[in-house]
Design a protein around this ligand. Structure first.
Ligand SMILES: [Zn+2]
Length: 420
């Protein structure tokens, strides 16, 4: 894959409601920067929030919140408005809202079969989205040019005063060859740099693993919001995991952790696209479901068809779902013994496979893991769907802005003045 994800956005997810810890020896300027970031991050994650609520949630006094909000308004990052709802007597507390329409990031994804590009506004709102098919055999670096074309296409309708703060790309290491076979290819580390070279108006591009980024999105805004220990399992052509421990993504050496699809679970199993044999994804991937259902290899639509047939009572399709669900539960049981998460989230095509075979998966997990790993465990279907990848990429791209709101704001403003 590309450059590793450095970390989750600072301070996100752990417990955004709690007051900021004091930084020993911090200068007035550092404290102000940190507090500006805390206010902006709060409204970015929670949407429009009154000054009164910010005061209590962030543990800062009223005049400090007022001054910080005014600075963020002057920087063009938020608006302050009189609340529209009727209130009790007295002056109403102004509502601080992220300027989603003005402040945005480029969020890109390179998955096995599609290339997608979105403009995501502050607050996590997808403002615009374009996609094209990824031809079999196209490398991630070869995807840079068509992705840049999608971005330039979107940029044509952006208002002149809009503020582009950065970009991120999520990329899978599992692709198809031109003849449709599955291949595991390491992604060039230069991906972020290649996008920066192509899209010079964007102040920086971060690259990360697709499952890591989708997991981050579920952790920040999805079904696992507020859960600091979780395994996000992503299924498409391959199987990969975004593992979050103590609120931080587990990256590993150069970001290559989480390749759970290549845990060998069946030494007598089928050859895998990685060159090994009997990997977990040969038992729970899309191809496995189609094979068990007696169907030809196919894409996500073919998987959906099997799941529909199973729901309609087709016995072959039902048996295929059961078999994949058995293997899914088996592998997850091993993972929860290792990671000891509070939740396992199933995303991508695994979301639908989990939903169809949930009873079987749960039965495995009710018995196989150690009691300390299973008793508190929640199994959840992902909430953000295909948007998770783009929303997670945007979170990475907003990281710098949220760490130092006014600095990035001013720099970005100058850069976006140059046409792409
Ligand atoms: Zn493998």
């Amino acid at each position: 894959m590309g450059a590793p994800i450095r970390s989750r956005p600072a301070g996100v997810g752990r417990n955004p409601e709690s007051p900021l810890p004091p930084v020993p020896g911090a200068s007035q300027e550092e404290i102000r920067r940190q507090n500006l970031g805390a206010v902006l991050r709060y409204v970015h994650l929670h949407g429009p929030t009154s000054r009164a609520e910010l005061t209590s949630r962030l543990g800062l006094n009223r005049s400090t919140i007022g001054a910080l909000a005014a600075d963020l308004v002057a920087g063009g990052l938020v608006t302050e408005d009189v609340p529209t709802t009727a209130r009790r007597a007295g002056r109403p507390s102004l509502v601080v809202s992220p300027r989603s329409d003005r402040v945005y990031a480029h969020a890109l994804s390179i998955d096995a079969d599609r290339l997608r590009a979105a403009r995501v506004g502050l607050g996590g709102r997808i403002l615009d989205l374009r996609e094209v098919a990824r031809p079999g055999g196209m490398s991630a670096v070869d995807a840079v040019r068509p992705l840049a074309d999608l971005v330039r296409d979107m940029e044509r309708s952006v208002a002149p005063d809009a503020l582009l703060v950065g970009g991120a790309v999520a990329v899978t290491d599992t692709t198809r060859t031109p003849d449709g076979r599955i291949r595991v290819a390491s992604v060039e580390a230069t991906l972020g740099a290649a996008l920066e070279a192509e899209l010079t108006a964007c102040p920086g591009f971060v690259a990360g693993d697709l499952a890591d980024i989708a997991g981050l999105a579920e952790h920040v805004r999805g079904v696992a919001a507020g859960v600091d220990d979780l395994i996000y399992l992503h299924g498409d052509v391959g199987i990969s995991a975004g593992i979050i421990v103590g609120g931080r993504l587990m990256a590993g050496h150069r970001g290559h952790s989480g390749k759970v699809g290549h845990m060998v679970v069946n030494p007598n199993g089928l050859p895998c696209g990685c060159g090994s044999r009997g990997c977990w994804e040969t038992e729970i991937g899309e191809a496995a479901l189609l094979r068990h259902a007696g169907r030809d290899p196919g894409d996500r639509a073919a998987v959906a068809e099997v799941l529909r047939a199973a729901a309609d009572g087709d016995s072959t399709a039902r048996a295929a779902v059961e078999q994949v669900a058995e293997w899914l539960g088996f592998g997850v049981a091993n993972l929860v013994n290792v990671v000891n998460p509070d939740a396992v989230v199933f995303g991508g095509s695994l979301r639908d496979i989990f939903t169809a075979g949930a009873d079987t998966v749960r039965r495995r997990l009710d018995t196989m893991p150690l009691p300390g790993a299973r008793e508190h465990l929640r199994l959840r279907a992902a909430a953000l769907g295909r948007d998770a990848v783009l929303i997670g990429a945007a979170e990475l791209a907003f990281d710098k802005l949220l760490a130092d709101p006014l600095n990035v704001g001013v720099a970005g403003q100058t850069e976006t003045a140059t046409p792409a």
